[in-house]
Structure formats: structure tokens, C-alpha cells
Design a protein around this ligand. Sequence first.
Ligand code: FAD
Length: 374
Amino acid sequence: MERTEHPVDACDVVVVGAGIVGAAVAARLARQGMQVAVLEAQQVAGGATGRSAGLLLTGMPGHYSWAVQSFGRETARALWELSVEGRERLVETATRLGVPVERTGSLALAVTEEEAEALRASAELLREDGFDAWFGKTDPLRRGFRAALRSPDDGVVDAADLTRALLASAPVVVHTGTEVQALEAEGADIRVWAYRRTVRCGAVVLSTGGYAPTLEPALSRWVNPGQALWVVARPDESPQALLCYADYGYEYARSLPDGSLLLGAWRYPRRPSSSEDSPDPDTALREGLSRFIRRYFPAVEGNVLRRQSGTMGCTPDGVPVVGALAHLPGVYFALGLGGWGLSWAFVVAERLVEMMVEGASAGLLDAERETCRA
Ligand SMILES: Cc1cc2nc3c(=O)[nH]c(=O)nc-3n(C[C@H](O)[C@H](O)[C@H](O)COP(=O)(O)OP(=O)(O)OC[C@H]3O[C@@H](n4cnc5c(N)ncnc54)[C@H](O)[C@@H]3O)c2cc1C
């Protein structure tokens, strides 16, 4: 490929992507004394992070009973522990950096009798495994849901503010509007070809979210783009303070400080469980959100103030991946956080740095795990 030469910068590590993962990785590496440059195609938090609805939720969509069934009891419990660890790391970091986190607790709500049973089973399994969970066979919101599971430690955070604060807190050079176009081995180093910039470095971290396969096609083995969409509406009725998700975690609602209501949905390229079966994820997403609003929040229908949508990386088993490219030594990746990515970001970043610096295994997040084979 013909490439335009630009003056070559040099540093120890280039982090590609300034979302919450890239920011957490860059800040951690810089604190260990490395010279770090972050190259971001758009602006800081311009991808999924800045579009997120801010829900800080423990675990994974599909409910705990689904995780136990899919991964086995021990692994499901270890995954939940990792997500709790990630959530707490985020809260500690946000608090240290002066970014507010509101711990409202969350409600998982059942839309079918089958899901009500999954929530009941999940609450039982969660309590047996040492997690806080309260189950009720009624709808605390009185909107027609079949059952509810409350997790007391979930909350909300402004993920874009946290990402900006993280990058500002460490001696990291950030270049925005700088899309990385190619990576090339150059002796023991790597040359990073970007828009109007070339950087020579010892290692590269790809934290490029749902766009990962565009830069490095080999990553499509692990990461494919999932879609998310939310709207903000002003309710006609007296506003109700809430933070909830329904339909196995694929639809959600959150009240905002000004009394308006954020209502959203997301779709994984392959859903663990679904109340509908559409071959086209975009259509499924829009229809799913409309149906959710019509059925449970009819007062806000047609009352939309603004909308947001975006793309995030999703893995085949729904668990984030940390790994290294076999064909390009020195290139690492931390990807696939999915629609509940915020509570995973800090453990993903930590595992990636431990892998890079100490050669440690990423454990359950390791890209070579059995459940993540394409
Ligand atoms: C609309 C929406 C709502 C969501 N709501 C929630 C929520 O409420 N709670 C929750 O936990 N999760 C939510 N998520 C998911 C969550 O936002 C993501 O899991 C998380 O932010 C992923 O962070 P990341 O750093 O991996 O990726 P991103 O934030 O997407 O960052 C990747 C960055 O890489 C950049 N990039 C890509 N390719 C290149 C390249 N070649 N060169 C340079 N830069 C590049 C992109 O511009 C982007 O800024 C939501 C996602 C969306 C889209």
C-alpha cells in the first residue's frame, strides 16, 4: 500500500481509541512510567462511551441463571465477581477524579412469565453465590412487568466525563481527529500509520470498540458490531425516579435529573435469549424499542426530545476479550465490552496492562478461551 510520509513521532506505547477502555489503559501505562500516545479518529469519547446511557450495571445481559447455564456455576460466579470488581474500580476512580456516580440500585424487570422465572432463579443463585439480590413477583413500577430483581449497588455515571477526566489525570499525549489506517512491523518496533501522523513505538493497544475489524480484519474472529439506540422523552405524568432494564437486559429506562426519561435498547449480533426473532438487528432494535415504549411507557410515545445511537463491540460469548495479535507481535487488544460495558472497562484495562507488562494471562477474559471460538 502506498502511504504518505509524515514526520515520525516515537513513544513506548500507542493506544488506538480514546473510549473508556483506551483512557483507562493509557492512564495506567503512563502511571507506570511509559510514554503513551493515544490516537483517536474522532474526539475523546466519540464512540460508544460518549453515547452511552450511563447505566452502571453488574454482570451481563441474559440474567444470572442464563450465565450459569451457559458457562457453568463456577465461571458464572467468577464473571459476576469480575464485573463487581470492575464496577467498584470505576466508582473509586470516578470519585478520586471528582466525577459523580449515583448509586440508585437497579431493577431487572420481566416481560414474560418465562423471564419472571429466570429472575426468580437468578435471585436464588445470586444469593447462594454471595451477591446481593432481592426478588419480587410484583412490579414495583406498576407498569405491567411480571416480576422484578433489585441489585442495590448499580447506578449511573457520565462515561464521557470520566473518560476525559482519566486522560487529563495522567501524562498522556492525545491526538484527536487521527484515524489509524495501518500497523506495520519495523524490526522489533511497530510503525503506526495514521491520518497526518506516523508513530514508531514498542507496543500498540487496540481499544477501538465495535470498529476493531475495520483496522484489523483478523479481529472479526472475536468482535462484531452491535447496535444501540436511546431516546429522551418528557413524560406526561408525574416523573418516577427509576433505573431499570427489561427483556433480558436489552431494553432499559432511566430517569434524568431534569425529570425527563431516557428509554433505550441494544442488540447483540447474536442474542443469548430473545422475545422476538428478527434476522435484521437494526430493525429488531428500532421495533424492540418502540414496542417497549408503547407497552410500558405509553405516556411518552410521540414525546421525544432527542435521540442517540451508536455501535459497540460484541464477542461471541458476550464476555470482553483481552489478547495479542499472533501475526503482529507487540499489538494487543481490549475489546468486546458489549451493551453493559461500563462495569467491565476497568478490569479489562487492568488485565490488558498485566498481559503487556508482566506477560500475565487475562484469565476469563483471555481471547483464546473455549467459549469464544468462532
Ligand atoms: C447508544 C449506546 C448506549 C450505551 N449505553 C450503555 C449503558 O448505559 N451502560 C453500559 O454499561 N454500556 C452502555 N453502552 C456500551 C458502552 O458504551 C461500551 O461497552 C463502552 O463504552 C465501550 O468502550 P470502548 O472504549 O471499548 O469503545 P468506544 O467508546 O467505542 O471507543 C473506541 C474508540 O476507538 C476509536 N477508533 C476506532 N477505530 C479507530 C481507528 N482506526 N483509529 C483511531 N481511533 C479509532 C473510536 O472513534 C472510538 O472513540 C452503550 C453503547 C451505545 C452505543
